[in-house]
Design a protein around this ligand. Structure first.
Ligand SMILES: NC(=O)c1ccc[n+]([C@@H]2O[C@H](COP(=O)([O-])OP(=O)(O)OC[C@H]3O[C@@H](n4cnc5c(N)ncnc54)[C@H](OP(=O)(O)O)[C@@H]3O)[C@@H](O)[C@H]2O)c1
Length: 237
């Protein structure tokens, strides 16, 4: 028996860099996986990359559509009967103009991508997480949440809001035995970041599988007394 045997883990952003690494890490520790992302083909490819014997299902879902998120959570319950861990990984980054030149669309886009996706998933999934059964929510914020930077205002604000949403959730759920934490990654070592910053020292970045291990720790029994935390995972950058 492994650490997550018998646990159902919902991973959003499961077709992306961190989502794939996290899904594989949970699968290696015995979890049943519900993989959530936008593109069904990308999800299928992520599912194909899971270790043999892992019980898994894919749910192509736009996390900005509350009705679609409810349908997805109902589908996960039909398939697996419970949700023990929700890893809210879907999100993204965009540079932009100065704040005073930022359009409503630019602001809304990052708030939706990084904050509303987490809100929609938590709202739909929490009623299905049984009390005192190792229930865990792990959100993905960013280092940029704790240090605003020029031309990144909506991104920094959206990720800062993920921290305070995490704290509110932790407070609401602590009496039900469900912990809620978030990670603050520095730059991840992804193909997209390497292409965008070819001259950076990639060795100082955070490999997605290293960050996945931190997410697994927060989802584990060992972290049962940790809730409301924002854990920096900056690598050496
Ligand atoms: N990469 C970094 O350096 C870095 C640093 C700090 C924090 N983070 C955070 O870490 C997380 C993962 O990053 P990553 O590099 O793995 O990103 P990624 O490769 O872009 O993966 C994110 C996934 O989320 C999906 N997604 C976006 N909007 C969605 C929606 N409305 N519904 C369902 N799925 C949606 C994306 O689908 P599409 O590709 O089809 O849009 C993508 O597959 C994000 O929250 C990111 O903000 C990343």
């Amino acid at each position: 028996m492994q650490e997550f045997t018998g646990k159902t883990v919902v991973v959003t952003g499961a077709a992306g860099n961190l989502g794939r690494a996290t899904a594989v890490a949970f699968a290696r520790r015995g979890a049943r996986l519900a993989l959530i992302d936008l593109d069904p083909d990308a999800l299928q490819s992520a599912q194909n990359a899971l270790p043999k014997g892992c019980e898994s299902a894919i749910f192509a879902t736009d996390l900005l559509d509350p009705a679609a998120v409810s349908t997805m959570i109902a589908g996960v319950m039909d398939r697996f009967g419970a949700i023990h861990v929700l890893a809210n990984i879907a999100g993204g980054f965009a540079m932009g103009p100065a704040i005073h030149e930022t359009t409503d669309a630019q602001w809304d886009s990052l708030m939706d991508l990084n904050l509303r996706t987490v809100f929609n998933c938590c709202r739909a999934a929490i009623p299905e997480i049984p009390e005192w059964s190792g229930g865990r929510i792990v959100n993905v914020s960013a280092r940029a949440a704790v240090r605003g930077a020029g031309h990144m205002g909506p991104y920094c604000a959206s990720k800062a809001a993920v921290i305070t949403l995490t704290e509110s959730l932790a407070d609401e759920l602590k009496h039900r035995g469900i912990t809620v934490n978030c990670v603050l990654p520095g730059t991840l070592d992804t193909p997209q970041n390497r292409a965008a910053m070819p001259d950076a020292d990639h060795d100082t970045w955070v490999p997605p599988d290293a960050l996945a291990e931190v997410i697994l720790f927060l989802a584990s029994d060992a972290a049962r007394c940790v809730t409301g935390a924002a854990v920096p995972v900056y690598g050496r950058s």
